[in-house]
Design a protein around this ligand. Structure first.
Ligand code: NAD
Length: 511
């Protein structure tokens, strides 16, 4: 398998990737066309990017391959079209935790630098001016945090350590998180109106894009400071320039910009401190990001999946259940179609088992279906997907897993080995969910087993395993694991031979 490193990552991570047996190509700064053609070669399984490469629909469409992993080294996936990746079956991962401390430290550093006019005085001293500017102490002041997630909460704690009073706005977290980080919960407007320093820590979403517009900057306290280490498009840079020029804001410090590299009006404003998107750029953070990527890629190589942002995590210990769900989906879809409804009943791990069952069902007639794109593809085809919760028979063990496609139900278990135990009304089956399986529904009369064995023997078909279900309404179901799939002639001959035994259905499935 091959990884293409398209943006810089820590050297230790590149070495570790090679140690996994991956062939690693480091091609930094490829043009879009060159990247597209590299991805189109079908040779790239893992693509590693940071913030520069725009993984939009067009680029993702270029990427040929069956199992593809797109790795965003760092936090935030606003340069990735997740919907397109999901539809194409490309798993997307990032390294959410790895740069939290570095970004939080930068936010605090920028706060102090802005409060003490460090950058402008540094510039002045270099041109021979020795003029002290009066600054502001942070202790005793109010720090307003917008977005109390990983970084925002770390900034809150560091702000508390400086003696600041912390007010925070985040409508998407539980109330107890505010108390946990010593922050007072507030509305956006109230936070902006009360804070001496406002620090932004939300993701870039339609709701947060240009969140700090003219009106919101106007609500900010006279003489206050704005810090943005989150994402550039959250601040209207023209409106910020006006707010600084008018003296409404005392200063601003920005690590992120509407376009990067930034060429706008703020460049000529003395009250702004600017850094070129370095929040996560510390050696500690870069090494953590790289090694976290390696862990996830290793999991992808080992198990064929990983805890992607756009696919459910396969929990440790649930791997066999996932394989079983996929096989049950495949089995049912070969017995019933066209697909219009898929239902999964499980005692645990319902989400991932549903993805797997849908993957199995769709893969009967469609190529390129995986855990990532299964549900999106089902939705696109108008197939309704439902998940139900069942009680496990034994609290320590997962119970029976049931998958129903349209009206056809199949069930299985992983207790005592992975096996299929039920098809429709027919219970007490016991066969492994793999290979070619021949299924025969017939009247429960003597002589069927012999007739089937003789017919298949004459056709040189090896029977690996044969099970007969419990009888339901005088009808039995026989399942045979056969070495090779039966051709149409052998199937037709068998159908003729079993007519006298009341054969009601003969089917062959591939699991
Ligand atoms: P996170 O997901 O842990 O936290 C984001 C928080 O914002 C969440 O608690 C969420 O509930 C909250 N939120 C979402 N929408 C909101 C809204 N409209 N109003 C208020 N709160 C809202 O993310 P994180 O890891 O803390 O990252 C925060 C930001 O920092 C992201 O934009 C990320 O891209 C950015 N970041 C920048 C750098 C850098 O180099 N400067 C590095 C890493 C991360």
């Amino acid at each position: 398998m091959k990884a293409l490193v398209a943006e810089p990552i820590h050297n230790a991570a590149i070495q570790a990737l090679k140690g996994l047996g991956l062939s690693v190509e480091v091609s930094l700064g490829l043009s879009r066309d060159a990247l597209c053609s590299a991805l189109g070669s079908g040779a790239i399984d893992v693509l590693i990017i940071r913030t520069k490469v725009q993984a939009d629909r067009e680029l993702l469409n270029c990427w040929k391959g069956t199992q593809r992993l797109l790795c965003r080294a760092g936090i935030g996936v606003d340069n990735i079209n997740l919907d397109a990746a999901t539809a194409l079956g490309i798993a997307v991962i990032n390294t959410a935790e790895a740069s939290t401390q570095s970004v939080a430290e930068l936010a605090i550093g920028l706060m102090i630098a802005a409060a003490r006019n460090v950058a402008s005085q540094d510039r002045a001293i270099r041109i021979g001016a020795w003029k002290r500017q009066e600054g502001m102490e942070l202790s005793g002041k109010t720090l307003g945090i917008i977005g109390l997630g990983r970084i925002g909460s770390r900034v809150a704690m560091l702000g508390k350590a400086l003696g600041m009073h912390v007010v925070a706005h985040d409508p998407y977290i539980r109330d107890d998180r505010f108390a946990e980080f010593g922050a007072e919960k507030s509305t956006l407007e109230d936070t902006l109106g009360r804070a001496d320093v406002v620090s932004l820590h939300t993701p870039l979403t339609p709701e947060t894009e240009r969140m700090m517009n003219k009106a919101r900057l106007g609500i900010m306290k006279q003489g206050s400071i704005l810090i943005n280490t989150a994402r550039g498009p959250m601040v209207d840079d023209e409106a910020l320039c006006d707010a600084l020029d008018s003296g409404h804001l005392a200063g601003a410090a920005l690590d992120v910009f509407p376009e990067e590299p930034y060429k706008g009006r703020l460049l000529s404003n003395e009250s702004v401190i600017m850094t070129p998107h370095i929040g996560g750029s510390t050696s500690e953070s870069l090494e953590r990001i790289g090694m976290r990527l390696v862990e996830q890629i290793a999991e992808f190589l080992r198990a064929g999946h990983t805890s992607a942002l756009n696919a459910p995590l396969v929990p440790t210990g649930a791997e066999d259940l996932v394989v079983l769900a996929r096989a049950l989906g495949r089995l049912c879809a070969q017995l019933d179609g066209p697909l219009h409804r898929i239902t999964v009943q499980a005692s645990a791990h319902g989400r991932v088992l549903t993805h797997a069952a849908v993957q199995g069902a769709l893969s009967v007639h469609q190529e390129g279906i995986n855990l990532v794109n299964a549900l999106a593809q089902a939705q696109q085809r108008g197939i309704s997907v439902l998940t139900g919760q069942t009680e496990p028979a034994d609290k320590q063990q997962p119970g029976e897993l049931q998958v129903m496609v349209n009206e056809t139900l199949a069930a299985g278990s992983v207790q005592g080995g992975m096996r299929i135990t039920r098809i429709g009304e027919h219970t007490r089956l016991d066969f492994a969910p793999q290979g070619s399986i021949l299924l025969l529904w017939y009247d429960d009369v003597p002589g069927v087993i012999g007739a089937v064995g003789t017919h298949l023997g004459k056709a040189d078909i090896n029977i690996k395993r044969m099970v007969v279900s419990d009888v339901a309404d005088g009808n039995a179901l026989m399942a045979l694991a056969v070495g090779d799939a039966l051709d149409a002639e052998v199937m037709e001959g068998l159908r003729e031979r079993l007519k006298e035994f009341g054969l009601s259905r003969l089917a062959q499935v591939r699991l």
